[in-house]
Design a protein around this ligand. Structure first.
Ligand SMILES: [Zn+2]
Length: 187
């Protein structure tokens, strides 16, 4: 249950979540002082782990925070990054305030109760170089973009009327899924 999936009082046991033992980190960059640089854990060509998880989770789980993210949503974000250039998800790593644009803990206090964000299957993408309305239109009317995104696992887009300054895309399955099409939904 959602309320049993805590943030501050996370009860994961090391043995159950630690698929990337600390002795062999998935990707590690050391700072000048010899500490692991958590802001430099890369998860795709253009994205870092911090862009998908809140700061407190990153600092608590370190590279194991990747287990909270469905890898398909990283591929979806990377596909759109290639297509539309610079893309922001979380921004706290670049002195912004956004930290719930990828995985969103149940106690974040924003968004829908059972949002796909809470399962690590959604991202809110901000594109500073292209209009969100244009991107939304191209995705919803472009057969090949939709097919590519569908094949990567994407299933839904939130209606641009409700998200004028970002693109919400997620992996949420439903009975009404049509192959190679993305469903536009309202919250
Ligand atoms: Zn969203």
């Amino acid at each position: 249950m959602c309320t049993d999936f805590p943030n501050n009082n996370m009860t994961f046991k090391e043995t159950s979540i630690d698929e990337h033992p600390k002795s062999k980190p998935m990707s590690e960059t050391l700072t000048a002082s010899g500490k692991r640089d958590l802001m430099n854990i890369r998860v795709s060509e253009n994205f870092f782990l911090w862009e998908f998880v809140p700061r407190n989770i990153l600092y608590r789980l370190e590279e194991r925070a990747l287990l909270l993210i469905d890898s398909r949503i990283i591929e979806v974000a990377q596909y759109l990054r290639k297509m539309y250039g610079k893309t922001f998800i979380n921004t706290y790593g670049i002195k912004g305030h956004l930290q719930n644009s990828g995985f969103r803990p149940c106690d974040a206090g924003i968004g829908a109760e059972f949002s796909q964000h809470k399962y690590g299957r959604a991202v809110d993408l901000k594109f500073p170089e292209t209009s969100h309305a244009i991107i939304f239109k191209q995705i919803t009317t472009g057969e090949s973009i939709q097919k590519d995104l569908y094949q990567l696992g994407a299933r839904r887009l939130e209606d641009i009327e409700d998200t004028p300054t970002w693109i919400h895309i997620d992996l949420g399955e439903g009975k009404d899924v049509i192959e190679n099409k993305l469903k536009v939904f309202n919250p």
